[in-house]
Structure formats: C-alpha cells, structure tokens
Design a protein around this ligand. Structure first.
Ligand SMILES: [Zn+2]
Length: 471
C-alpha cells in the first residue's frame, strides 16, 4: 500500500483564498479545521493521502483521489471505501476527541470531479486529438444528415458510460453531504448553519442559454426571445465570430433585458488545440468581448482544457457539462452547483442539450427535461438549459413547440430563482463573500452520511430532524 504521510500538519487558513473548493461550495458558517498528516487535534478533520490518484468506491458512490491508510489510535469506522486494488480503507470518528480521520483529501476528491481528472485513468470515449482535428477539417464536407446518422451509430455502439451517470450524476452532492457529515461530527452537533445556495431561500436556480451556430440562428434569435419574454423569461445568446452579427440585434436583445455572451472565434477546437493556440487566441477573444459587451462564454462544442479556463477573459464560463456523454469531448464535472476556477465562475450546464434530446436521441417529448429539472430542484441545484435558435434546432417548429412547452411548465415554479447567467455568477461571488442577500440554511446530520439534509432558510425551524437525501 502506498502511504505518504506528510509530516508537518498544515492548517487550512480561514481566508477566502485559502479555503478549499469544497468549503467554498458548502459555505459553513463555522468551518472546522482540516489537517493533513497523522497529527490529531480535537474537533478537526484529519486527511491522509497517498501519492497516486485512483478510484475509491463506497456503495454506489465513487470518487477519484489519492488514498492513504488510516489507522487512528481509537475511533469507530463510519464509512468504508474500496480502492482499485480491492483494499478497504475506513473513515474513522473518535468521539472523545471529536476527530474525523479520512483516507483521502476532500479537496482532491472535489478537484477530481471538477477538473475531470478521472479522464486520464478511465477508458474514456473521447476521440484522440488527431482524430478530433480530422473530424473538424472534414465536418463541413459531410452532409448534416450523414453526421447525425454517424453519431447515432456511435451512441448505439458505445452505449452509456458507467461514469458520470447520465443525465444526473450525484457524485458531488454525495461528496458535499459527506463533508457536511464529517464537519458535524467534528463539531459534535446534529445541525449547523451554512450560507444557503440561492438568494431569498429559493430552492433552486434556472438559466436559459443559447449558442448561435450560424446566420440562421442570428435571424431566428428574436423569435426565441419573443417566446421567452411572453412567458416571463430572459436568457443569454452566445454569438460566434464566424458570421456577421447585426449591431441592431445586439442592442435590441440587451435593451429587452437579455444577455449577450460569446461562443468563440471559430466553431472548432482551435482555441484549445494547444497551449500556443490558446495564448494566441486570447487577444482576439478580448477584442470580441469588448465589441459585444459580453461577460460569459461557452466554448464551441464544449471543448475545454480545465487548467486554462481560469485564464479566459470572462466573468463566467458555461462550457463544462454536469454530465454529457454525447459531445465530441464527453465527460462532466458531476456538479449541479457553480464553482470557482480561479477568478472565473463555472456554471455547468445540467440539462441535455436540445440537439442531444431532439435530434440524436429522437425524443418527441420534454419528459426528460422536466424530470431532470425536478431532480435538480430537489437537490437545490442549478438548472441550465442549452438550446440553439438555428435551423435544425429550435428553428424547426416542432422543436420550438417542445421548448415552449418546457417554458410553460417551468414558468409557474415560484420556488425556482429565474435569472440570467451573469446574475448567477454575481450571486455566487456574493455568497462566497458573505454579502447582504445571503441567508443561512441548516445542514442536519442523519444516521448515514448520504442522508445529511440541507434545509432552506424558511424551513429551517420546521423541517423534520432527519430526511433522506433526494435522488
Ligand atoms: Zn455551437
């Protein structure tokens, strides 16, 4: 067994920059100290990590982190993980010292999901770089119908990947509840406060986003905007630099309360192809940002290199799927909450894209969107819908009709905060800084860590003492 026990214990500073990404996601009002190494301190979480990351499994939950061996002098095992060699590693709690000892780092586990670090280890279905480049060089030569038929064939041949689960993966939610459980054990309490996920105790948030693929999408953008405005929604339209954009259209959209974002310089992989092409593309991208007055970005075909996303000249990015096995770069961060990538707020998209649902999978109803939204609301997450106004997407009357049906169903939901992506990014920063609008919710311990409950502010005093975590 590989065990690397770091000798000096490092106490996580309680300053915004030093807080771990998981602590910034949960925002506990009274965080507990997270120590590394073997040194035990009362009322703390002690993490033991190894040298090589790998899968750890506990029931149907899996996480990707470097694991170490925990054998504290005393304590009771409250969770068991199995590594890829079949070795069992326990998480312990010592109720005399209120010390929680873990066989991995919570921060590593979060980063494993958020940066899709697991893709290096698993039999990932993404095409190798040469194939991807060939795909894009020849794509425009192949008729769209043949492209669709080809992708359907690939889907049938490959089937659904084991991880992340699609359409909804609960891994980050399970990690967050596990962290809350450890925190409550170390505090010796059954409940504790945290900064609630959304403003005014809303149970969930919802954003509507559109990528415009070509001139037909530019022509049809206002029809989509009219439909949304009629039902009380506003959305964001992401434009590309590879077609002409009418300045009057941008003005009208912004005047009517819609948001304008950016979908890239070229609809291919060129920006993320290599480090040099990324660096070379940034100045033109900055110019385009200024021309459009944009604050957000979705990469063409959701191409991404996690290490570079924080350098994008945007306030927020929405290129990372929650779980999407259907894109040329499949995968997902498994989070249905925003998170920070350096100064950039990542807003993962959480509903299957219109193209996936209506074209690739040939669904003729919005059942999957409604079901997914329902589960996201129960889990207090972000609903982000990605559609395209262009021909072949919402440009087709049947698809537009289905989209309208979805908006009608969601328009009545008062518990959902309907916002623009830029508002959600601003909110996520405000919550992180403990701004005025932030209310506190309650996290409540349960018998099992999977069942820790997150209770919104208005219900905090009346909710039952335990409740099963939503699925
Ligand atoms: Zn696109």
């Amino acid at each position: 067994m590989v065990v690397k026990s770091s000798s000096p214990s490092i106490v996580t500073e309680e300053t915004p920059t030093a807080r771990s990404p998981l602590e910034r996601l949960l925002q506990p009002v009274e965080p507990v100290r997270i120590l590394t190494g073997r040194e035990q301190t009362d009322g703390a979480i002690v993490e033991t990590t190894g040298s090589y990351p790998g899968w750890l499994r506990s029931g149907d939950w899996r996480l990707f982190a470097a694991s170490g061996c925990t054998d504290p002098p005393s304590g009771t095992a409250f969770a068991t993980f199995t590594n890829s060699r079949g070795e069992r590693l326990n998480a312990f709690f010592d109720d005399k010292t209120r010390t929680v000892t873990l066989p991995f780092s919570l921060e590593d586990a979060f980063r494993g999901y958020a940066t899709e670090a697991w893709t290096n280890e698993s039999a990932n279905r993404r095409l190798p770089p040469d194939m991807l480049n060939l795909f894009y060089r020849t794509k425009r030569l192949v008729p769209r119908s043949a492209q669709i038929a080809g992708r359907r064939l690939i889907i049938r041949w490959q089937g659904q990947p084991e991880f992340p689960a699609w359409p909804l993966d609960l891994s980050v939610s399970k990690l967050l509840r596990f962290y809350a459980f450890c925190l409550l054990l170390a505090q010796g309490r059954t409940d504790s406060q945290f900064r609630w996920f959304w403003p005014e105790s809303h149970h969930a948030a919802m954003i509507l986003t559109h990528d415009i693929e070509n001139e037909s999408g530019v022509r049809r953008a206002l029809a989509v905007a009219d439909l949304e405005e009629e039902l009380g929604f506003r959305s964001s339209f992401n434009f590309g630099a590879w077609y002409r954009i009418d300045a009057g259209l941008l003005r009208e959209l912004t005047d009517r309360g819609f948001e304008v974002g950016i979908h890239g310089l070229r609809h291919d992989r060129s920006l993320f192809e290599s480090r040099s092409s990324f660096v070379a593309g940034l100045p033109r991208l900055r110019e385009f940002v200024d021309e459009l007055g944009a604050r957000g970005f979705r990469s063409p075909a959701t191409y991404r290199v996690h290490e570079w996303l924080s350098e994008l000249p945007f306030d927020y990015d929405c290129s990372v799927p929650h779980s999407d096995p259907f894109e040329p770069q499949p995968g997902g961060c498994c989070s249905f909450w925003p998170y920070f990538l350096g100064p950039v707020v990542e807003l993962p998209y959480t509903l299957p894209q219109d193209y996936t649902l209506f074209t690739l999978l040939r669904h003729r109803s919005i059942g999957l969107w409604l079901e997914q939204s329902e589960r996201l609301v129960r889990n207090n997450g972000l609903i982000q819908c990605v559609t395209h106004p262009d021909d072949g997407y919402l440009g087709d009357p049947i698809n537009r009709g289905l989209y309208k049906e979805f908006l009608v169903a969601m328009a009545e939901r008062q518990e959902i905060w309907r916002a623009l992506p830029r508002d959600v990014a601003d909110w996520w920063r405000e919550r992180d800084g403990g701004g005025e609008r932030v209310l506190v919710g309650t996290m409540r311990i349960a018998e099992r860590h999977e069942d820790v409950a997150f209770v919104p502010p208005s219900l905090a005093t009346t909710a039952p003492t335990t409740s099963r975590a939503p699925e």
